[in-house]
Write a protein that binds this ligand. Structure first.
Ligand SMILES: Nc1ncnc2c1ncn2[C@@H]1O[C@H](COP(=O)(O)OP(=O)(O)O)[C@@H](O)[C@H]1O
Ligand SMILES: N[C@@H](CCC(=O)OP(=O)(O)O)C(=O)O
Length: 371
């Protein structure tokens, strides 16, 4: 990585922040604060996405096991979040830095007004030289609208602030050919160019504390690289090697170079944050026009729709083999699309006079998942 770095998002997982017997690992937090402070002093802007609230809460409440029910986890997070931020504040202060707490729910990244506000606040904090510390707002999220793991949250945050690099710190050296906790013959993969090809290698979490394992980390890497962001998985135990990576070397870890076709601005929100209200199935001709022709989606290429939506809602577009190829904001409601499936522009204009009768999804409001 030889480009000039400006913004880096670090994400540290619960597995690195907690002791196997329970409780928060203060020395790890202190080392992380020291590393980030060193980078901030060199002129980098850093954001920390941290897990560990539930684990910190459990220790304080003298509970040995993570509760299975949502309310139990939310109660533990409510206790632990304060413990966590208090410790981070002390550690960052030791290095002369102020940190700030930002708790985000998925809804904050779904509603575009919230999304813009979150972005503005993060930008302002970075301008003040403050280190934003982000976690999911576990105490209020509803199950259908939660990230559940902080891996994908960190990719969203990296996209939100146009970071150059996302570093995921965990309890293993990176992505292995199999879960190294279970398979001692597993080998570390140094670089991954094509993420869909390695999804089969990823398993779930290997510890009581962690959530999602490598599956959610790969999803996060896929998202961030599509935003044009470099991604590096590394072991928290070797955090001291981060400077080697920043200086263009490849220390132990797994590196994911950014995609060539990157999603920018609103297209990032369309691709990953917005909530889809339905699906549109298209034929092979329409797929070719979207994937390789740079075109908008027109009614003649639609074969079927599913769901109920209003104009300007977000929908997902699938081909005949049920592969998702695009997402976009629709010009017509589901009821209107149902009336015009297969029709040409002039007929559509006659049936629905207040449209120009052209696009069902305009190219400018669509994100296409190219190879
Ligand atoms: N192919 C794989 N390579 C590396 N780790 C894997 C793989 N498959 C599953 N894992 C598991 O993923 C764990 C890291 O994820 P997780 O427990 O969620 O950590 P964190 O709390 O850091 O997010 C590892 O400890 C390991 O058990
Ligand atoms: N928001 C939760 C973290 C969720 C979680 O455990 O994520 P992770 O271990 O990083 O995959 C917490 O603070 O406990």
């Amino acid at each position: 990585m030889n480009k000039a770095l400006k913004r880096v998002v670090f994400k540290i997982g619960s597995s690195s922040l907690t002791f196997p017997q329970g409780g928060v690992n203060g020395p790890v937090m202190e080392r992380l604060a020291g590393t980030i402070a060193g980078l901030v002093k060199e002129g980098l802007e850093c954001v920390l996405v941290t897990s560990g609230a539930v684990a910190a809460g459990l220790a304080k409440m003298n509970l040995r096991k993570k509760p299975k029910d949502l309310a139990g986890k939310q109660a533990a997070a409510a206790v632990g979040q304060g413990v966590l931020i208090e410790k981070y504040s002390c550690f960052f202060e030791q290095y002369g830095l102020t940190c700030a707490q930002i708790l985000l729910s998925r809804i904050d990244l779904v509603e575009s007004a919230h999304y813009k506000n979150a972005k503005n606040t993060l930008e302002k904090l970075l301008k003040y030289g403050i280190v934003p510390i982000v976690n999911e707002n576990d105490t209020v999220v509803v199950e259908e609208l939660c990230f559940g793991d902080n891996d994908r949250l960190s990719a969203m945050v990296a996209g939100l602030i146009d970071a150059d690099l996302l570093i995921l710190l965990t309890d293993v050296d990176g992505l292995y050919t199999a879960n190294p906790v279970k398979d001692p013959t597993a080998e570390l993969i140094k670089t991954v160019e094509n993420i869909p090809e390695v999804f089969d290698l990823a398993g779930g979490s290997g510890s009581m504390a962690g959530t999602g394992g490598m599956v959610t980390k790969l999803k996060a890497a896929e998202m961030a690289t599509r935003f044009g962001i470099d991604v590096f998985f590394m072991n928290t135990a070797y955090l001291n090697e981060v400077n080697q990576f920043l200086n263009g070397e490849l220390p132990r870890g797994t590196y994911f170079p950014p995609c060539e076709h990157k999603f920018a601005g609103k297209k990032r929100w369309i691709a990953y944050a917005g909530l889809s209200m339905g699906t549109i199935m298209i034929d092979d001709g329409a797929q070719e026009a979207l994937l390789h022709g740079g075109k908008s989606l027109l009614a003649p290429g639609i074969t079927k729709i599913d769901g109920y939506w209003e104009r300007n809602d977000l929908v997902r577009v699938f081909n005949l083999r049920e592969e998702e190829i695009a997402r976009g904001l629709v010009e017509l409601s589901s009821e209107e699309v149902a009336r015009v499936i297969g029709l040409h522009s002039d007929e559509i204009a006659r049936l629905i006079p207040d449209t120009k009768g052209r696009e069902v999804i305009h190219r400018d409001k669509m994100t296409v998942f190219e190879d």
